[in-house]
Design a protein around this ligand. Structure first.
Ligand code: TRP
Length: 365
């Protein structure tokens, strides 16, 4: 427990909360870091599939908004990605592509540390150690493991089972105070907290117990074909999502075919999840409140709404794609960003790993 009486670092400004974060936890998180200049954030995305508008609205835009107030580490979790078979060439291209998109969306590599997990060996090192503090039963209860092993029944490997432990290592290594994740990662965060508390209970305060930072429901963007499930960047059917790199024609086609509900009037109503999802995307990409948009469609139908939504998305994506094209063309530049990010990540995590080793009784290097 943190001692009281230290200066409490300032709360994240309301701007972050306006963007749709549930900030209810953050005050406690601040208290655990009385002696740090800035509280820190770590989050990760697997470099698989195609980054979608859902990734942008649910994660990236918040990462960008947080980068000045926090010390931010954003990791492309390639070690996690290989828990499912990957095509080597595609995996490599995706890592560059995702990095370039991060930067095109406004993440600044001078401010935020952007890196790939496999470049920073402390992640795998700490995850081994945490394995020895994780119970089989606890890992078996993870719903994502259960769900993924039924989806990939031909390849239920130990890495898949161990996935949440590696994720815990990602987080604990940076003494991250806040971890922005989607609702689906809450259970992994809970495991991370349990592991941290278990280890601290035995060896003293080594790990910071992180707080989840979960976007409000409105930031959860759903599949265009099945508005009851989350938009997924790895969905085999690419008509279920709008990718950040989709051409205007593809955007128009996908929005036109998006599932809407019975009914004709444009109203925001959660019992009409297809329409509600489109309105959420519209509001976010056009930068207007949902009510304003709904107001414009009085007496009009879904067809009008979809046409204008498609154009709003196209306009929203245009500058991102333009910046992306410049950034991706400079592969040596991207490689430098990753090398620099890895060096910073390693420098940040080495001391913590050394503390863990010391606590365990390993002979210092
Ligand atoms: N498991 C996360 C996901 O699928 C990705 C991830 C890996 C992550 N390590 C992390 C997220 C650390 C946050 C923090 O979304």
């Amino acid at each position: 427990m943190a001692a009281s009486g230290h200066a409490t670092p300032r709360m994240p400004p309301a701007r972050c909360l306006d963007l749709g974060w549930v900030g209810g936890y953050s005050l406690d998180a601040m208290k655990t870091t009385p002696d740090k200049r800035k509280p820190s954030i770590l989050s990760g995305i697997q470099p698989t599939g195609r980054l979608t508008i859902g990734n942008y609205l649910g994660a990236l835009r918040n990462w960008v908004a947080l980068q000045d107030q926090y010390e931010c580490y954003y990791v492309l979790v390639d070690l996690h990605a290989i828990t499912v078979r990957q095509e080597p060439k595609v995996l490599r291209r995706r890592c560059y592509e995702f990095l370039a998109l991060y930067m095109a969306c406004g993440l600044d590599p001078a401010t935020s540390t952007l890196f790939v997990q496999s470049h920073v060996p402390t992640h795998a090192q700490l995850s081994w150690i945490l394995n020895c503090f994780t119970y089989m039963g606890e890992a078996q209860r993870m719903t994502q493991f259960k769900e993924k092993s039924s989806r990939h029944s031909e390849n239920i490997n130990i890495g898949l089972f161990d996935y949440p432990v590696l994720m815990a290592a990602d987080i604990l290594l940076y003494s991250a105070d806040l971890v922005p994740v989607g609702e689906d990662q809450k259970q992994h965060l809970e495991l991370t907290r349990n592991l941290a508390e278990r280890f601290n209970g035995i060896y003293g305060n080594v790990f910071t117990v992180p707080e989840p930072f979960i976007p409000k429901v409105g930031a959860r963007i759903m599949s265009l074909k099945d508005p009851t499930s989350k938009m997924s960047k790895t969905d085999e059917d690419d008509a279920t999502y709008v990718a950040l790199l989709d051409e205007p024609e593809a955007v128009r086609r996908k929005i036109k075919r998006a599932v809407t509900d019975a009914g004709r009037e444009v109203v925001y109503d959660e019992s009409r999840p297809g329409l509600a999802n489109l309105l959420t995307i519209f509001a976010a990409t056009a930068g207007e409140p949902i009510e304003t948009i709904v107001g414009r469609y009085e007496g009009k139908g879904y067809g009008d709404l979809k046409k204008e939504l498609a154009e709003a998305i196209v306009e929203f994506l245009r500058p991102v794609q333009q910046r992306y094209r410049d950034i991706i063309a400079d592969e040596p530049g991207l490689a430098r960003v990753l090398a620099d990010g890895a060096a910073r990540a390693l420098a940040r995590t080495r001391p913590l790993l050394a503390r863990v080793h010391e606590a365990l009784g390993f002979i210092p290097e």
